[in-house]
Design a protein around this ligand. Structure first.
Ligand code: PMP
Length: 279
């Protein structure tokens, strides 16, 4: 499989960036992860819109028009044998003498790679995943899909060390999100997720869940969710490009609901699969 770096397709092992790249020095860049089903991007428009918002938010000039982006991504996808893939795309501010403020006239670094998409197994979906909780210690611009991911890295490591799959974060006692997923709770047939604000990354699946809920006649509330509500929920579930939608069976060792995947999860998972098939 080949990767794209600054205008060239090369082997991953041959792809090199200078040590003064601001992505390396400052984490000064943004990224996207896009699922590919049957060699086609799923929710391409939404992913590219989010990339453009992230670039805008940190004033990195967008190096390509939408059409050119789509061609570059297709080039990388076409060069990979897998039918289902996850594209990773990163743009940094570029290479410049080290100094915190933006350098003048640098060219952004653009990197695109792809890997096989490995979805949660049927067994994981039947059993649900164990999660742990943690205070959200990240900065206040979580809506930007920045490569500065130290807070997310530490949250994910906490899950790994706890023998859990994902860490669910709370800020001032209210639910924010996972280390790399959005979190939803169901109570009495109503689904709720945290508001789309600066405290969470608005997953591309956030909009999809809105659509699927409308389709399935499930009431969806976007509102602040207290920590106690998560523990008392009938169901908790996570969404992300690579997890699609997965049920949470326990949080900090305490079962969620009866500890098994519930009806809202099952309905939304089925609707998700139908949305993929129809795309
Ligand atoms: N929040 C965070 C912090 C994430 O890293 C991700 C994964 N990209 C998500 C939410 C879910 O976003 P998406 O549905 O676009 O994968």
């Amino acid at each position: 499989p080949l990767v794209y770096l600054n205008g060239e397709m090369t082997a991953l092992s041959e792809a090199k960036i200078p040590v003064l790249d601001r992505g390396f020095i400052f984490g000064d860049g943004v990224y996207e992860v896009i699922p590919i089903y049957g060699r086609r991007m799923f929710r391409a428009k939404q992913h590219m819109a989010r990339l453009f918002r992230s670039l805008d938010a940190i004033a990195i000039p967008n190096p390509h028009e939408l059409d050119a982006w789509m061609r570059l991504i297709a080039q990388v996808v076409d060069a990979h044998p897998a039918e289902d893939q996850m594209v990773y795309l990163q743009v940094t501010r570029g290479v410049a003498k080290r100094g915190h403020a933006f350098p003048k006239e640098v060219k952004p670094t653009v990197f695109i790679m792809t890997n096989p998409l490995v979805l949660p197994s049927a067994e994981v979906r039947e059993r649900g995943i164990a999660c742990v909780s943690m205070d959200d210690k990240r900065w206040l611009h979580c809506e930007i899909k920045s490569v500065s991911l130290l807070g997310n890295v530490l949250a994910a490591q906490y899950a790994a060390e706890s023998g859990a799959t994902e860490t669910i974060q709370f800020r001032d006692g209210f639910l924010t999100e996972g280390s790399s997923s959005n979190v939803w709770i169901a109570k009495n047939g109503v689904l709720a997720g945290p508001p789309k604000d600066n405290l969470i990354l608005e997953g591309i699946r956030y909009g999809l869940i809105e659509e699927l809920c409308a389709q399935c006649g499930i009431e969806l509330q976007a509102r602040r969710i207290a920590r106690e509500e998560v523990f008392a929920a009938d169901e908790v579930m996570l969404t992300s490009a690579t997890k699609e939608i997965v049920p949470v069976s326990s949080l900090d060792g305490k079962p969620i609901g009866n500890g098994a995947p519930g009806p809202i999860y099952r309905t939304l998972h089925e609707a998700y699969q139908a949305a993929k098939a129809a795309a």
